[in-house]
Structure formats: structure tokens, C-alpha cells
Design a protein around this ligand. Structure first.
Ligand code: 8YV
Length: 316
């Protein structure tokens, strides 16, 4: 009998679904109505041995409890903050994610956002389309990146890939994270100290309770009126109300954001601001990264049910 798996999210293209449906009996949660989902979670879910989910949806503790036979949760994404890691670990359930394969593309988007903000690309695009150029309306000069400091909060795989790129633009790198990291001489003593030293504060840290709202009014004030916040990690890391306040009162210069606390809902206060660049959580949204993420996420399930070690387990 094929192992039963529950598939969360509607991001799976046909070829991925075909790959899944050959070895597994799949229950697609995204295709169920709210009533069907409740019925499924109260009944057939007891047979489910594997879960395939996205980084954003994850698997919360209550839903995980509906799967008493669960052996593995495969996350399509590197961030596992939406997964109830501790309860699953206590039950001996394996959790896997998709690190490495998205690092370069997420780092590329980070630099694209930083540049788009520094050179005000969205405003310039609107300037041309609206005919303001033909009307010779005045334009404010942008700021050069050369010689500026990029402070990277979270100097892991993605943070280091961002640093490598920004060095090529002539920027100096500093970072903050709890552990010393690979270049201790560049590490600041605290997040606030990093913000104070930085022209651009780039958030690359994992989400979750440990980092919830750590980018608060104090950190934003340390970054200051000439400073820019770039966030490609998790919206939960930033206190969005404090951010909107700092931006609209001129205490912070600008922001470039790919992630938000309550996606896809972006606070109207942020959407209304000209000094903010917004993208819809697309760091890994390339053909290449998404293909590699799908292969790895499905590969983890295939390995587990073939009795082999999984390819990319999350250490708890
Ligand atoms: C995806 C992500 O948007 O990897 C992550 O942690 O946030 C993104 O790559 C998401 O996980 C897609 O499933």
C-alpha cells in the first residue's frame, strides 16, 4: 500500500504532482473546502504518515496532532518557523527543509531590493510612465552604494551570500548574530550597535519567537534618517507599526521589504509610503530555485519511505 501523505499549499505544478502521486496516496488540503478539511482532519488524517508543506504554511501543533501516524514533515523552504518543531521532535517526527538550493537566488533578490531602494527604481519607473519626465518635473538625486556600510543581521548561508555580492559594490560589511560567525572581526556587539553602524540593515535571520519584533523602534532609530531597512527573512522579525511610524516621521530613511507579518496583507501605512519598495515574498521565486526546492522536498519524502536517511534534516 502506498504511504499516505498530506500536501499543503497550492504551489505544486503538475509535474511535481505527478512525481508525488506515483509513490504516495496524496490528500491535497488546498483542494478541500473548510468543511471537507475539518472532516479529513477528524478522520482519514489518522492514516497520514508524511506531510509536504510550504515554508509559509508550515505545520502548527494543533494540525500536527491530527496526524498520529506522522513520521516526516517535508518543508519546501529553508525557514521552519511555521513548523511546531518541539512537539514534533518529542514524537520523533523527522522535519526536513530545503537549504542551499535557494541561497543564491534569495541573495540576488536582496541585492535587487537594496539597489531598487537606493536608486528609487519604483519611483523612477512611475516618473517615466506618468509623463513626468516629459514635463521636466524635478527629481531628487539618489545615493551611491560605494563606501556605505551594509549591516547583516543573521550571517548564515544567505547573509554571507548577500555580503559577497555587496562587497562587489564597494560596500563594507558588518554583521550581528548570537554566535561569533565566520568573520568575528566584523561582528557587532548587539543588533542596535549593528544598526547604528549601518547605512543598510539587511535582515537575513530566521523567524520565530526568538526574533519576533526584534527590529523595533530603538533599532530603527539607531539606523536613522539616512538608513534603509531591507528584509528578505520573515515579516515577524520587524515591528511593522514601529517601522511605518519611523518611515512616515522621517526617523528612518527607507525600507525594502519582501516579507510581512501577515502575508499577503501588507499594512496600508506601508503601502502608502513612497520611500518603501515592496515585493510579494519572492526571494526563491525563480524557475531554477523552485525546481531544486521541489526536488529536494520530494526527495526527502522518497528517501524516508524507501528506508534511507533523509537528504536535508532540520536539527532541533
Ligand atoms: C518560500 C521561504 O516563499 O525558504 C523560505 O523559507 O520563505 C521561501 O522560499 C516558501 O517557503 C515557499 O514554500
Amino acid at each position: 500500500m502506498k504511504p499516505q501523505i498530506a500536501v499543503f499549499g497550492n504551489i505544486w505544478p503538475d509535474d511535481a504532482l505527478r512525481t508525488l502521486e506515483a509513490p504516495f496516496a496524496c490528500h491535497h488540503l488546498a483542494r478541500m473546502s473548510a468543511d471537507e478539511r475539518r472532516t479529513f482532519l477528524k478522520g482519514p488524517a489518522v492514516q497520514v504518515r508524511g506531510v509536504l508543506t510550504t515554508g509559509t504554511i508550515g505545520l502548527d501543533a494543533k494540525t500536527a496532532a491530527s496526524f498520529p501516524a506522522l513520521e516526516i514533515v517535508s518543508v519546501h523552504g529553508v525557514g521552519v518557523d511555521a513548523v511546531a518543531l518541539q512537539p514534533l521532535a518529542r514524537r520523533g517526527v523527522i522535519v526536513t527543509n530545503t537549504p542551499d538550493v535557494l541561497t543564491e537566488d534569495v541573495a540576488d533578490l536582496t541585492v535587487a531590493l537594496l539597489l531598487a531602494s537606493a536608486r528609487r527604481l519604483p519611483l523612477l519607473d512611475r516618473y517615466v510612465r506618468s509623463g513626468h519626465w516629459q514635463e521636466a518635473r524635478p527629481l531628487q538625486l539618489a545615493r551611491s552604494l560605494r563606501g556605505k556600510v551594509a549591516g547583516i543581521y543573521g550571517y548564515g548561508r544567505i547573509g554571507q551570500a548577500v555580503a559577497m555580492r555587496l562587497r562587489a559594490f564597494g560596500m563594507a560589511i558588518r554583521y550581528f548574530q548570537r554566535s561569533a560567525g565566520p568573520e568575528p572581526s566584523l561582528r557587532c556587539a548587539s543588533l542596535a550597535a549593528l544598526a547604528a553602524e549601518s547605512d543598510y540593515l539587511v535582515v537575513c535571520t530566521p523567524g520565530g519567537v526568538a526574533t519576533r519584533h526584534v527590529i523595533d523602534a530603538e533599532v530603527l532609530d539607531a539606523l536613522g534618517p539616512e538608513g534603509t531597512l531591507v528584509n528578505i527573512a520573515r515579516g515577524s522579525v520587524v515591528d511593522e507599526a514601529a517601522l511605518a511610524d519611523a518611515l512616515s516621521t522621517g526617523r528612518l530613511g527607507a525600507a525594502a521589504l519582501d516579507v510581512f507579518e501577515d502575508e499577503p496583507n501588507v499594512p496600508p501605512a506601508l503601502r502608502a509610503l513612497d520611500n518603501v519598495v515592496l515585493t510579494p515574498h519572492v526571494g526563491s521565486f525563480t524557475v531554477e530555485a523552485r525546481q531544486a526546492m521541489r526536488d529536494l522536498a520530494i526527495g526527502n519524502l522518497l528517501a524516508h519511505f524507501a528506508g534511507k536517511p533523509v537528504l536535508s534534516p532540520v536539527a532541533v
